[in-house]
Design a protein around this ligand. Structure first.
Ligand code: NAD
Length: 491
């Protein structure tokens, strides 16, 4: 047990918070306490914002080619500490070590893409918009940016935004999830070691009050958020009301459609990984499988078998394929939803409740669960369960399947499994979701593409990663110039 209080990182120093409330960081597999998160007051957000604002002028005047040198060093540091960071992710989040390594790799890829900012940040020029008059569009940093993070990717999410913001010359305030704050704390220590100038990166721990102080702070100009939909909506409206640019990614209820011509073995393996990977706590986890025609029988049997066989345990242990969910509360909520579904007539085909994991009696484990005969308008079909629960719905045609996909409130991801190019093309064209997978179960965009999201899964216009992030963290300045030669001295 470690009851150490985490510190905030403000203006290049680690400061003890003046918080009166702390939250225990719990290892969800063992229920051990790993540290304590201060619920920092608004005054600490203010100190961080002031430090970031003070560092801004020097940082934006640092040439982009020099700014990215810090990111190259950060990449090297992340790689050198990859194993330690992956273990920390597993300890505080519960996902398996393999999943944690994969998450970290995704974070590093975003650093790599941000290193191309000397190209990505370039503006446009057109000579002679009128005789002898030229017009330029320049990209300049916005000022102080911030990211408010969820628990489910303790390292990666901040990297959808922060490396681009810094590379573009912005300074930063990070607010990790209060439930999984250890990984980003360690990453900011590495940023300190690679020598980012003081004030360029700041980290403030906390919960809702801390977040609201970020949303209201006049010096913070750009807000990025990833988390649940009700909070995303709150972030979007409050930050926008304060005149900030904002992008807020919300929750999801991701459907995957299985056609009868899909390759059964590949589809089953991929869908099981999507639904049960990270214990179903990915924003791109498959949550509903819509089977078309004959797939009803073949796929149901195969996925039920895969669910029952999945190896559940402590993510640090060899051979474990799925860890616990994040908290006792989350486990209760997931099991409660399954129970309510059962009462409404849903068939619990594979029941993951009351999991008993040898050696981990205090862990928050829910085993893979398969539900079928789900009413399309019911709670199970509509609610983001955020646990290892896959619901099965059967329809007769591709059109019906697409209609069901598009009838959902969220639009984070939709996937199709088929060997038909025409069906794939139709799905890609018609499905209303920001990330589409064709024979892919977790359609997570690479760092050089935007992490999209539609409908209730996203509030804003520009997304994280790649060119979108560069656009989000820069403001355009247009210059129109006239330099008549008769004004110039003759040389
Ligand atoms: P959450 O919304 O509970 O918390 C996210 C952040 O918001 C935390 O930093 C928290 O401190 C803060 N917060 C919580 N309540 C708040 C409030 N009332 N006012 C202000 N701030 C508040 O989300 P979570 O449980 O940490 O993460 C899981 C959710 O994130 C899921 O819904 C998942 O789908 C979503 N998610 C979405 C994506 C995506 O790309 N769309 C990616 C990852 C996670």
């Amino acid at each position: 047990m470690n009851s150490e209080n985490l510190k905030n990182y403000i203006n290049g120093e680690w400061r003890v918070s003046s918080a009166t409330d702390y939250l225990d960081v719990i290892n969800p597999a063992t229920a051990e306490t790993l540290g304590r998160t201060p619920l920092s007051p608004a005054s600490e957000v203010d100190a961080a914002a002031q430090a970031a604002a003070a560092a801004f002028d020097g940082w934006r005047r640092t040439p982009p080619t020099e700014r990215v040198q810090y990111l190259f060093k950060l990449k090297t540091a992340l790689e050198a500490h990859a194993e330690e960071l992956a273990r920390t992710i597993t300890e505080e989040n519960g996902k398996t070590l393999g999943e944690a390594r994969g998450e970290l790799q995704r974070a590093i890829e975003n650093v790599e893409v941000a290193c191309s900012v000397p190209t990505l940040m370039q503006g446009d020029v057109l000579e002679d918009i009128a005789a002898g008059i030229d017009e330029l569009m320049i990209r300049q940093p916005v000022g102080v940016g911030a990211t408010i993070c969820p628990f489910n990717f303790p390292a990666m999410i901040a990297f959808w935004f922060m490396p681009y913001a810094l590379a573009c010359g912005n300074t930063y305030v990070l607010k990790p999830s209060e439930r999984t704050p250890l990984t980003l704390t360690r990453i900011v220590q590495l940023m300190e070691q690679v020598g980012f100038p003081k004030g360029v990166v700041n980290l403030v721990h906390g919960g809702a009050e801390t977040v609201n102080a970020i949303l209201d702070h006049p010096l913070i100009r750009a807000i990025t958020f990833v988390g649940s939909t009700p909070v995303a909506r709150h972030i979007y409206s409050r930050a926008a009301a304060n005149g900030k640019r904002v992008q807020a990614q919300g929750g999801a209820k991701n459907p995957i459609v299985v056609l009868p011509d899909a390759d059964l073995e590949t589809t089953t393996r991929i869908v099981a990984d999507s639904a049960f990977g990270s214990a179903g706590q990915r924003c791109l986890a498959a949550s509903l499988a819509i089977t078309v025609g004959e797939a009803r029988h073949t796929f149901t049997e195969a996925i039920a078998d895969a669910a029952a066989k999945r190896v559940v345990g402590y993510g640090l242990n060899e051979g474990v394929e799925m860890g616990p969910v994040i908290s006792a509360r989350s486990k209760d909520r997931i099991e409660g939803l399954i129970e309510r579904g059962a009462q409404e007539g849903v068939e619990v085909l594979v029941d993951g409740r009351r999991a008993n994991i040898a050696g981990y009696p205090r862990g928050y484990f829910v085993r893979p669960t398969i539900l079928r005969n789900i009413p399309t308008g019911g709670e199970i079909a509509r609610t983001e369960i955020f646990g290892p629960v896959l619901g099965l719905i059967h329809v007769n045609t591709v059109d019906e399947a697409i209609q069901l996909v598009n009838g959902g409130a969220y639009g984070n991801m939709a996937c199709l499994f088929t060997t038909s190019g025409a069906a794939a093309r139709k799905f890609r064209y018609e499905a209303q979701a920001g990330n589409i997978g064709i024979n892919i179960g977790v359609a997570a965009p690479m760092a050089f593409f935007p992490f999209s999201g539609w409908k209730e899964s996203f509030f804003g216009a520009l997304h994280g990663q790649g060119k979108h992030a560069v656009e989000f963290f820069t403001q355009t300045k247009v210059v129109i110039e006239r330099w008549p030669k008769e004004w110039s001295r003759k040389f």
